[in-house]
Design a protein around this ligand. Sequence first.
Ligand code: UDX
Length: 406
Amino acid sequence: MKIGIVGLGYIGSVTAVALTEAGYEIVGIDIDESKVKSLSNGEPTIFEPNLKELLTKNKSKLFFSTDYDDLKDVQYIFVVVPTPNKDGSIYLEYVYDAVSSIKKVNKNAVIITNSTVLPGTARNLMERTGMVVISNPEFTKEGTAIEDTLHPDRVVIGGSEKSAVDAVKKLWEFTHSIMVETTNENAEMIKYASNSFLAVKISFINEIANICEMVPGCDVEVVAKGMGLDKRIAPYFLKAGIGFGGSCFPKDTTAILSFARSFGEDLSIIKSAIEVNNDRVNRIMNILKNKIHKDNSEVTVGVLGMTFKAGTDDTRESQSIKLIRSLLDVGYKVNVYDPMAKIRIDGITRLNTAKECIDKSDVAVIATEWPEFKNLEINTDKFVIDMRRMLDLNSHSNLKTVGYYG
Ligand code: UDX
C-alpha cells in the first residue's frame, strides 16, 4: 500500500520512515526543496535516533518530491505540516494550503490530519474541500519518535466516513495498540487535552518544588516518587526542574487557551501551568541575584545544555535559551556548552566541553539533563544551580558547603 505524507518536518519525516518499517511505500511531499533533496540522499534534516539508519535501510520504499502531482494515485495522505502560533492563536493556513494542493491533483484522496489542529478543523476542511478527512493525532516524543510511532500507547482515529475510518484503523493495525475510534472533534481535542494535562503535571510538580524548597527536610524528588506510586497519579512527568519547552507543550497550551477564550471560557488551570512555567527562568535569575553579591558584569555564568531536553538537537522554546537571553539582558557574561545544539546566539561564548564551561565560569547552571553532566568535575569554588537534579551530592560533597542549589 502506498501512503502520502505532506510535510517532511520532524513528525512527517519520522512517520514516513517509520511506516516503511511496517511495509508501506511512501510518497513524501514538501515545498522545501532542500528537505526533499536531503531526504532523497538519505540524510535526515533533524536528529532522531535510528532515523538515518532506517532511511537508508528502507530507501527503496521512500520517494520524496516537491511536486503534489506525485500524489495523484495515492489514496491515503497524511497532512503533517506545521501549525504554529501567530499572535497567540494557532495558524492553520499551512494545513488549508496543503489540503487544497492535494485536492487539485487528487480530489478523491482521504486526508489524514496528523498535525495538531484545533477541534473543528477537520470539519472545516471537509466543508471547504468536500474531501473526506480523518483526524489521527500523533503523540510522539522527540528522542523516541520512531519507537513511539511504531508502538504508540494508543491510536486515536476520528471521522464519520466508516470506510475511511476502517482503512486508517487497518493502516495502524501493525502497532497492536488500543484504537480509540471517535468523532473528528474528539480526536482533535484528545491531543490538546493530553498535551495540556502533561504540561499541567509538570507545572504542578514545579509548584510543589517551590514549597519544598522552603520547608527544611522536604525534597521534591522524594515527594514525586511517593506520589507516583499511586497508580491513579503515575510516576511520569513528575520531574521538577527548569520547566517544559519544545515544539509542542508551549504552543499547544497557548493555542487551546486562546481557542477557549473565543467561547468565553477561561481555562484557568492551563493558564496557571503556563504562568508557572514562565516563572522558572525568573527563579533562576533571583537565585543568582540573591547568592552572588557582585555586579552582574563581573560574573560569568556557565549554562550547561541548550536543548529543551536531552537526546535532541532541538532548541525550540527551550527554557535554557530563555535563561541565556535573560542573563545577557541583565549584563552577565555567559559561557555555554551543549553537545548537540546548533543554534547561534550573539554575545555568548560556546565552549567545547562541560568541564571547560564550568572552569571558565563563576557559577554553573545545569539546564538540560545530558547524561554526561552526572559525572562533572566541579572545583570547590563554584556555585552550582542544578535545574535537572543531575548531581549526586555524595560524590560532590564539597558542593554542600560551597554552594549547591537543586
Ligand atoms: C511532547 C509530548 O510528550 C508528545 O506526546 C507530543 O506529541 C509532543 O510534545 P516532546 O516535546 O518531544 O513531546 O517532549 P517531552 O519528553 O514530552 O518533554 C517536554 C518538556 O517537558 C521538556 O522540556 C522536558 O524537559 C519537560 N519535562 C518533561 C519536565 O520538565 N518534567 C517531566 O517530568 C517531563
